[in-house]
Design a binder for this molecule. Structure first.
Ligand SMILES: Nc1ncnc2c1ncn2[C@@H]1O[C@H](COP(=O)(O)OP(=O)(O)OP(=O)(O)O)[C@@H](O)[C@H]1O
Ligand SMILES: [Mg+2]
Length: 443
């Protein structure tokens, strides 16, 4: 890594800082620094960095820009829903908060170039300015001239500016078919197993030795590497399972060096975690919740704490409760539970025996039944609004509800509740709703 320290024009200490923060990306960082040249020199107009997810593209750029204190604007093409936002962010980062206001409403590319030129003549670049575009492949969906213009922005605005595009997609797949200025290409290869080991081992917990943590990462990679090579995912899994790994140690049953015993202890947990590795699409939060729920089911009853960070909006909680009731109560019992004026005698109604609906699993229910139950369990009156419907679809996205009818049956969507009794009880407690009273199985 000493080569990194030899770039003229940059502070040696800072380069050292860069090297420390970029393990396994030394070659790429070195290459980028060579392309960037000395700060005051003009750099190549545009560079495309491509590589798979979590291959460190954003990380490398972030570290370089921050550690070397280079003037830059980082723009996420996901966040910039309009090109106006993109232009504003660039002008704001380079020329301060007054610059974006010089753009007209719905600015065109030429407006941007005009304002940039004007600002740049007032504060010319003393060193190269960088525009880092995250998820640059999204530029394909905008006007093709935008991408072409960005690739040679340096020439258009007459400034020492370099555009760095970050993408998961190779250049061949998003080069405009009208032809354009070709950026320099820099590929970030996937991390190998030993590189992952090295990077992950850096997150060592302060109360444990580096060797111990590294042994843990080794075990983790041994289990997960064949199915998952995503650094983000692996880091998440490592953080999630570490406390389990340390359990026997905390109980004083084994020593740090007794890897075999530690392995025996953690193996079943990791295998279980394997089944849900791709559920990460849902969110790490959910995954954690599932883990915690399972732990709870295994007897580690910790009251509400396992569920308190299920941060659902207030009405979503009631929607979920209504969905649970709709899934586990027979429809014919709804009247008995949810008629506002309750004049039934609890003891004389439905006294015949029945098979537990909880044993049979959740049943699908139509949307109108869900809403009917929802409006009767929620205390205050809520008007049926679009927000209720969007909350239902959020619950589906979170996989707390499952949509069971086909997508094309727009008129009669059916759902099933996909959460366990423990989960719904915890949710109900947070809104002071005694769900057990309303469940047919527990009468
Ligand atoms: N060499 C590395 N050393 C330490 N951490 C790293 C390294 N490479 C990546 N990371 C970490 O892994 C995570 C993912 O990296 P990063 O966001 O840079 O990936 P990416 O290539 O930009 O992915 P995407 O295409 O999804 O944007 C980040 O949290 C980052 O800090
Ligand atoms: Mg990125």
């Amino acid at each position: 890594m000493t080569a990194l320290l030899q770039h003229p024009g940059y502070d040696e200490e800072r380069l050292k800082g860069v090297a420390e923060k970029l393990p396994c990306r030394e070659v790429q960082a070195e290459m980028l620094l060579s392309l960037m040249g000395q700060p005051h020199q003009y750099s190549y107009p545009s560079i495309l960095i491509y590589g798979h997810r979590a291959s460190g593209k954003s990380h490398v750029m972030h570290v370089l820009m921050k550690e070397l204190e280079l003037p830059h604007a980082t723009v996420s093409c996901v966040e910039c829903v309009s090109i106006a936002l993109l232009f504003e962010q660039v002008l704001l980062s380079f020329f301060g908060c007054d610059a974006p206001s010089l753009l007209p409403r719905s600015p065109s590319l030429s407006d941007f170039v005009r304002v940039y030129r004007q600002q740049c003549s007032q504060s010319p670049a003393k060193q190269t300015r960088y525009i880092v575009m995250e998820k640059a492949e999204l530029l394909r969906d905008t006007d093709a001239s935008l991408l072409s213009a960005l690739l040679r922005l340096q020439e258009l605005v007459g400034d020492n500016v370099t555009v760095i595009l970050l993408s998961e997609i190779a250049w061949d797949k998003f080069r405009p078919n009208t032809g354009c200025f070709e950026p320099l290409l820099l590929h970030f290869p996937d991390y190998s197993k030993s590189e992952l080991q090295q990077i992950l081992s850096q997150n060592v917990h302060s109360s444990y030795s580096a060797g111990f943590y590294s042994a843990y990462i080794n075990i983790l990679l041994g289990v997960f590497y064949s199915v998952c090579r995503d650094l983000r995912e692996l880091r998440h899994l490592a953080a999630l399972n570490f406390s389990k790994f340390c359990e026997p140690l905390a109980e004083g049953k084994v020593k740090e060096t007794d890897t075999h015993k530690l392995w025996k202890h953690i193996e079943p947990h990791l295998k279980k975690a394997m089944q849900t590795v791709y559920l990460r699409e849902v969110s790490s939060l959910q995954w954690e919740q599932m883990q915690q729920m399972e732990e709870k089911e295994a007897g580690a009853l910790r009251g509400l704490s396992a569920h308190t960070h299920v941060e659902l909006p207030y009405y979503s909680k009631f929607l979920l409760i209504a969905a649970y009731l709709a899934s586990y109560n027979p429809a014919r019992t709804d009247k008995r539970f949810f008629l506002k004026v309750k004049e039934y005698n609890n003891n004389t109604f439905f006294m015949f025996s029945h098979t537990s609906n909880h044993l049979l699993g959740p049943k699908p229910f139509p949307l109108d039944r869900l809403l009917a139950i929802f409006y009767s369990v929620v205390d205050s009156r809520v008007a049926p609004t679009a927000s209720i419907f969007s909350q239902i679809s959020s619950l589906v996205t979170l996989q707390l509800l499952a949509q069971v009818s086909h997508d094309d049956q727009l008129d009669a969507p059916k759902y099933k509740c996909a959460v366990s009794l423990d989960f719904i009880c915890a949710i109900s407690r947070t809104v002071n709703f005694d769900i057990v009273k309303y469940l047919y199985d527990f009468l």
